[in-house]
Design a protein around this ligand. Structure first.
Ligand SMILES: [Zn+2]
Length: 97
């Protein structure tokens, strides 16, 4: 009797994880939103969107560097980069061009 019980427990321990895994995969598959997947794939195919994931990192870095360069003005007195719209240097107080 005890041997049969042990064999039953061993069989359960062998089979249960596989069944749970298959059930989990089926559950995830049933929960999948096909509309959302289609929308995301369409956006990736379009490319070039400002928030898309298909943006090339080098072009993104280059454009970001140009934008930051456009917005900053280097102080003539101390050489610290400041915001271009600010009238005075944040460090030494000299007037910016
Ligand atoms: Zn300065």
């Amino acid at each position: 009797m005890e041997t049969e019980f042990r064999l039953l427990v061993a069989g359960f321990c062998i089979v249960a994880p596989s069944l749970l895994f298959v059930g989990f995969v089926r559950l995830l598959d049933a929960m999948r939103e096909d509309d959302l997947v289609e929308r995301v794939l369409d956006r990736v195919d379009e490319g070039g969107g400002p928030t898309g994931t298909a943006v090339d990192p080098t072009t993104f870095l280059r454009s970001a560097r140009e934008k930051s360069r456009r917005r900053t003005a280097v102080c003539r007195e101390c050489g610290v980069p400041n915001a271009a719209d600010g009238g005075r240097c944040g460090l030494c107080g000299a007037t910016l061009r």
